[in-house]
Design a protein around this ligand. Structure first.
Ligand SMILES: Nc1ncnc2c1ncn2[C@@H]1O[C@H](COP(=O)(O)OP(=O)(O)OP(=O)(O)O)[C@@H](O)[C@H]1O
Length: 257
């Protein structure tokens, strides 16, 4: 897989279905995720948001009962193709989780971990990557004097920005975020939201959120899912002000969910 020629849509999802054993969790989804934009995925609990997100970097395959049909192309190449190496896909498509999950290591080691695994050994190069990534995650000034301290000593919001820095250190193309602020207080949430808006200059972001206001605040496009189906996928302004589907309208006006 090469990212030399970048497609307009990072992901093209066609007739995609997913089952956990006999239970179908995703039904016939068609969707194109635009490059350098923020796409939010919203919908009630259990509608399949996380499942869809975790499929995009094939994280879902860690669950043995999962099987799929249809096609998902990343940068014009089928992610399920036999020749596609999962590790390679995941260097292009990074992920940030709901709960900050730093390693029990120093701040520096958390960020240097990915580049080291990819064979970078020179201290000077690693130092540069660590600084650039921490700056990119808007946390450099807060931690620059304590890079050797354990990341567990940071607040939840700071830990989440360390996890974003860890993700940036592998120079991804896309960042998947699974409810990245749901474990954070309002001030940390705002900081992460500001950061996400800045990151879209350099990355494509797909974010799952329970929080409709958050989707409205930060995303360019919003996908509304219900019972494993993609009900509506539109520009965020349009989806919240003038939804095309009655089910979207009912959800965003709080009639269910
Ligand atoms: N590991 C699993 N094994 C079996 N079924 C699963 C598994 N994970 C999720 N499911 C089922 O798949 C469906 C979609 O779940 P998913 O977690 O993707 O929804 P979600 O919209 O992200 O929900 P939430 O907002 O509560 O996180 C649900 O019916 C769920 O019970």
């Amino acid at each position: 897989m090469t990212t030399n020629t970048l497609s307009k849509h990072v992901f093209s999802i066609e007739d995609f279905n997913l089952w956990y054993g006999n239970d179908q969790a995703i039904h016939q989804i068609n969707m194109e995720i635009p490059r350098n934009e923020i796409t939010a995925v919203i919908g009630p609990s259990g509608c399949g948001k996380s499942t869809l997100l975790k499929t995009l970097n094939r994280m879902i395959e860690t669950i043995p009962s999962v099987h799929t049909s249809g096609s998902i192309k990343y940068n014009n190449q089928e992610i399920f193709a036999k020749k596609q190496l999962v590790e390679e896909l995941r260097t292009h498509v990074g992920m940030v989780f709901q709960k900050p999950n730093p390693f029990p290591k120093s701040i520096y080691e958390n960020v240097a971990y990915g580049p080291k695994i990819h064979g970078i050994k020179k201290k000077k190069v690693l130092d540069e990557i660590v600084e650039k990534s921490l700056r990119g995650a808007a946390i450099w000034d807060e931690v620059k004097d304590r890079l050797n301290q354990n990341a567990y000593g940071l607040s939840g919001g700071q830990q989440q920005r360390i996890c974003i820095a860890r993700c940036l250190a592998i120079e991804p193309d896309v960042i998947l975020m699974d409810e990245p602020t749901s474990a954070l207080d309002p001030i940390s949430t705002l900081k992460i939201e500001e950061l996400i808006k800045e990151l879209k200059n350099d990355y494509t972001i797909v974010i799952v959120t329970h929080n409709m206001q958050q989707a409205a605040r930060i995303s360019d496009k919003t996908a509304f899912m219900l019972n494993g189906e993609l009900v509506e996928f539109s520009d965020t302004d349009q989806l919240f002000s003038n939804p095309k589907d009655k089910r979207t309208e009912d959800y965003i006006t709080g009639r269910f969910g």
